[in-house]
Design a protein around this ligand. Structure first.
Ligand code: HDD
Length: 688
């Protein structure tokens, strides 16, 4: 990868042929005002190359962000199950990961309601292994032959190409209402999982049941899981829509900035293993990609750790040209007959041929294996290698039979016994579309359920056809009667009169994000609102205490430059208040300083900032006169006028001025930030 990097420092401009150029601002013409000459090879080359700069964007997952890093297995216990060395050797191996949204175009916003792609390329010594997963463990459809139908339904409608990067439109919900296998995934899509706070704070899943194969050729079913070290956290929908305008690159920027700052994102890889003899011991089919194996039934066992620690040098060359393929497997990892996976194994190679313009894309620097590559494949667009010798066929005697067939370390397909009729029919074992959608609903906390209900109402509210809305509600009645009734109330559809399928009452606590709390506030972005007259000592203390806890703290002031405190040395604003917004931060603090608070109270941006943070259930803190800005924004706190620290639904306040600020104040605030949001806060009436 390194040898392909081009560094233009200390160089002189040339043509593609290496001829030095003395002038690149004016075309070659006859007289200053005369016609341009065809002979101007430099101008023609420059413009021609520019004309050909674009390649087709991915048909799905067009918008993404990538990073390099490494993966390291913890210990060798998986050796009994697989000969895949990178899962057992403990050696650090390089990876490239690309995160993405699915439906939007390359230039669409990051914070739309969507599934997120989580594709990892492991550069192992046995060849490249691609784990092309998502941040949700199930999929919309069961058979890849339905993929074009599904994608046509969710993409912008074909007559006017509206809406961009949104599932809230008639065609998607028409499809959903007629294809009940989508329902389980639609529950995930309507949940907070579709609104990740950060790529660094979302889980990843291989989705399909794959197969591990050991040295004796024995197979074990496996599901892959990524768990983020920082916990799984989400934004709220109102916030997402606002961020889409304020910073459409929100998730991309977050990934980039954290890696630049040395705050490297980390995930743990885990596996759920199922013996082949237990294949039929579940009440769903392991080959059905619309089903999970509940973690309470088969625990996720940790295997290794991935750290992303390097940003790409060039978005196009690396993030855009990276080519993932589910069929990029290494010895020890094999497929199952999941019909979605089987179709993917065709689609990914096929799509790269059009997207990357020919069969040599594996030679692009970002795709190049670290394992040696020796093939008899030749020529084609973009061929980079200069193959020597006379033979490019097997068997040959002229080149000593090389490249020869290896007798060890090879990929040998798992030997599976298959017999029966050639048939085009969905397996009966795939036909329970509702039980796991119900399981998901049952597993949510009340606040997560509220979010799901309002997501359905929002989406169906954008559907113009009442008939489609009605069909969706009827389908939801198969998931849970109360869910269907609650959704119907918001979308002008008559509530289903009665329950059609009794709720089985089972739940899987691991499905609720709120059941995996984090006690860290690393990388959380905290806004400190300041203006002239602010208390400098207290403000510096806020910055120190939160930075010590690894948060990212920024001072926001009405204008850039120096902030003159009441007493002491000036402070420097990090950002101008009106270039930012509360939605770009995880929490907000207002320090004391009567003059500062007075100025901020008259600044609509500052007042709105606090009210909006409060509306989105974010931790809000203030000390001394800083509390007046909270009150001005409609945020009440319950403290008596003493110096105690009070925490009330994520609002952390004290009447103490800076000199009396205790660590208790900062600890309490940090606890609220680690909790992510004060979900118990009722904020529907807050006008922000
Ligand atoms: Fe896919 C891209 C994930 C089903 C066909 N898919 C793509 C990417 C991810 C996934 C993360 C982006 C890779 C990158 O960053 O370059 N796709 C999934 C998951 C699926 C899934 C988790 C279900 C479990 N996909 C799926 C099916 C088909 C495809 C059933 C076709 C039959 N997917 C593609 C594709 C893409 C793609 C058309 C577009 C760009 C690319 O492959 O390289 O081939």
């Amino acid at each position: 990868m390194q040898s392909s990097r081009v560094d233009l420092d200390h160089t002189r401009l040339t043509t593609q042929q290496g001829v030095r150029v003395d002038h690149t601002d004016d075309s070659l013409t006859i007289t200053e005002r005369g016609p341009t000459l065809l002979e101007d090879f430099h101008a023609r080359e420059k413009i021609t190359h520019f004309d050909h700069e674009r390649i087709p964007e991915r048909v799905v997952h067009a918008r993404g962000a990538g990073a390099y890093g490494h993966f390291q297995a913890y210990e060798g216990w998986l050796r009994d199950y697989t000969v895949a060395e990178f899962l057992t050797s403990g050696e650090q191996i390089p990876v490239f990961v690309r995160f993405s949204t699915v439906a939007g175009s390359r230039g669409s916003a990051d914070t739309v309601r969507d599934v997120r792609g989580f594709a990892t390329k492991f550069f192992t010594r046995q060849g490249n292994y691609d784990l092309v997963g998502n941040n949700m463990p199930v999929f919309f459809i069961q058979d890849g032959i339905k993929f074009p139908d599904f994608v046509h339904a969710v993409k912008p409608e074909p007559d006017n190409e509206i809406p961009q990067a949104a599932s809230a439109h008639d065609t998607l919900w028409d499809f959903v209402s007629l294809q009940p296998e989508t329902l389980h995934m639609m529950m995930w899509l309507m949940s907070d999982r579709a609104l990740p706070r950060s790529y660094r704070m979302m889980q990843g899943f291989g989705v399909h049941t794959f197969r591990l194969v050991n040295a004796d050729g024995q197979g074990t079913f496996v599901k892959f899981h990524w768990k983020p070290v920082l916990g799984t956290h989400s934004l709220v929908w109102d916030e997402c829509q606002k961020i889409a305008g304020k910073d459409p690159d929100y998730n991309r920027r977050d990934l980039w900035d954290c890696i630049e700052a040395g705050q490297f994102p980390e995930w743990e890889l885990g596996v759920q293993l199922v013996d082949e003899k237990d294949e039929f011991s579940f009440d769903f089919d392991l080959l059905d990609p619309t089903k999970i194996i509940p973690e309470e039934q088969v625990p996720v066992r940790p295997v290794g750790r991935m750290v992303l620690d390097r940003n790409p040098d060039n978005f196009f060359a690396e993030t855009e040209q990276v080519a993932f393929h589910t069929a990029n497997v290494v010895p020890g990892i094999d497929f199952t007959n999941d019909p979605l996976l089987q179709a993917r194994n065709f689609s990914y190679l096929d799509t790269q041929l059009i997207r990357l313009g020919g069969p040599n894309f594996a030679q692009l620097p970002v795709n190049r294996p670290i394992a040696d590559v020796h093939t008899n494949q030749r020529d084609g667009y973009g061929q980079q290698a200069v193959h020597k010798g006379r033979t490019s066929y097997f068997k040959n005697s002229i080149s000593g039979g090389c490249p020869a067939i290896a007798d060890s370390g090879t990929f040998s397909h798992y030997t599976e016994h298959v017999e029966g009729h050639k048939i085009r029919k969905r397996s009966e074992s795939f036909k329970d579309f509702y039980s796991q959608a119900t399981l998901f609903w049952n597993s949510m906390s009340e606040v997560e359920r509220e979010h799901i209900v309002s997501a359905f109402r929002f989406e169906l509210g954008k559907v113009t056809s009442k008939e489609i809305r009605g069909r969706v509600v009827a389908e939801l009645n198969n998931v849970d009667h109360e869910l269907a009734v609650r959704v119907s109330e918001g979308v002008g559809v008559t509530a289903p009169a009665e329950e059609v399928r009794p709720n089985h009452g089972r739940s899987s606590p691991a499905l609720s994000q709120l059941n995996a709390p984090s006690n860290r506030i690393s990388t959380r972005r905290i806004a400190v609102l300041v203006a002239d007259g602010v208390d400098a000592t207290g403000t510096r203390r806020v910055v120190d205490e939160l930075t010590k806890r690894e948060a990212v703290v920024e001072l926001l002031a009405p204008s850039d430059g120096e902030v003159r405190p009441g007493t002491g040395e000036p402070l420097e604003a990090d950002r101008q208040l009106n270039t930012m917004a509360s939605v770009l931060y995880d929490a907000v603090v207002v320090p004391c300083g009567p003059d500062s608070v007075n100025l901020l109270s008259q600044d609509g941006y500052a007042v709105h900032f606090v009210a909006e943070a409060y509306k989105h259930a974010k931790p809000v803190a203030a000390f001394g006169s800083g509390r007046d800005l909270l009150h001005r924004a409609g945020v009440t706190d319950r403290i008596a006028d003493n110096e105690q620290v009070t925490v009330d639904q994520g609002v952390v306040t004290t009447a103490a001025a800076s000199q009396e600020l205790t660590t208790e104040f900062f600890d309490a605030f940090a606890t609220e930030i680690a909790r992510h949001r004060a979900w118990e806060r009722r904020t529907d009436a807050v006008p922000a």
